[in-house]
Design a protein around this ligand. Structure first.
Ligand code: PMP
Length: 297
């Protein structure tokens, strides 16, 4: 079965899903995007993802040519067209085709692309034995240069962080902001557990407001944890009882070693696993059903 990709209102095959080399998304990283998960036919927190997309677009003066409801319909239809139950969705709105100048006014119409694919899961051992990460020299983009709340196509900073992680022989890294506070991973948010309380950097430190991050804050609150959105340093990470990363693709990954320091017992922690279990329960319920005619209860 061929894969159907939504491209500006039409479904085309992967081979025919093409945009211009003059698209400013390609030339300048000018555009916004979302990564979204589908669990058992449920598009997890689709509304929250679309709010972030539309807010990012507003902030960069990019007019998305569909209403919120239309976009929601297009995302759901893309999953349905591809007959997927568990999937990863990439939704991209680029500035569109223009001339070689930076000025976005030469771009007459944004390109809207929705790709829904079978999920490429992370290796099982990350969840079972935990992950090792390092902090890297590449600092997070300053928020006064590019606000971290904007999920833009400009990911070079994140790519450089990922390259440094790979060169250090690990799969993910933590990046610091220019004041030395821990910001996030290359593509995920970070949490600490210390004396039974949770800590995660606030957005202004340089973290994207992750949908998974926000879900964990909510779940943890419901389970009675105190959750603090406050800046912390590498030292705080080293001496934490537990550390974990959150993201749409990663979900919740326990981190057991940072810069050679063993975290807690060196194994995925009890709080992390408890939050992961609660998250797994939430993801099949909270979102938009792709196949409403099939009851999952
Ligand atoms: N930070 C960055 C830089 C990211 O790219 C992502 C993934 N979109 C995240 C954090 C995690 O966000 P979410 O939980 O919404 O996937």
């Amino acid at each position: 079965m061929s894969q159907w990709i939504f491209l500006n209102g039409e479904f085309v095959t992967k081979e025919n899903a093409k945009v211009s080399v003059y698209d400013h998304g390609f030339l300048y990283g000018d555009g916004v995007f979302e990564g979204i998960r589908v669990y058992a036919g449920n598009v997890f927190r689709l509304r929250e993802h679309l709010v972030r997309l539309y807010e990012s677009a507003k902030s960069i003066l990019l007019d998305i040519p569909y209403t919120f409801e239309e976009m929601q319909g297009h995302v759901v239809e893309t999953v349905r067209r591809n007959g997927l139950k568990d999937a990863y969705i990439r939704l991209v709105v680029s500035r569109g085709e223009g001339n070689l100048g930076l000025d976005p006014r030469s771009c007459k119409r944004p390109n809207v692309i929705i790709i829904a694919e079978q999920l490429a899961l992370y290796p099982k051992e990350f969840y079972e034995t935990g992950m090792e990460v390092v902090t890297v020299a590449t600092r997070r983009n300053r928020g006064d240069a590019l606000n971290p709340k904007i999920k833009s196509l400009n990911y070079l900073n994140n790519v450089l962080i990922k390259i440094e992680a790979t060169l250090a022989g690990v799969s993910e890294a933590l990046t610091l902001n220019s004041e030395g506070y821990v910001a996030e991973g290359s593509g995920d948010n970070v949490f600490l557990v210390k004396r039974g309380e949770l800590f995660t950097p606030p957005s202004y430190v340089g973290a994207l407001e992750g949908i998974t991050r926000n879900a964990i804050i909510e779940i943890a609150g419901n389970l009675g944890y105190a959750v603090h959105e406050q800046p912390f340093t590498r030292h705080d990470v080293y001496v934490a009882d537990e550390v974990f990363l959150t993201g749409t693709a990663a979900e919740i990954i326990p981190v057991v070693k940072v810069d050679g320091r063993v975290i807690g017992t060196g194994k995925p922690g009890a709080h992390t696993l408890r939050l992961l279990a609660a998250f797994k329960e939430l993801v099949v319920r909270d979102g938009v059903k792709v196949y409403p005619e099939i009851s999952t209860t």
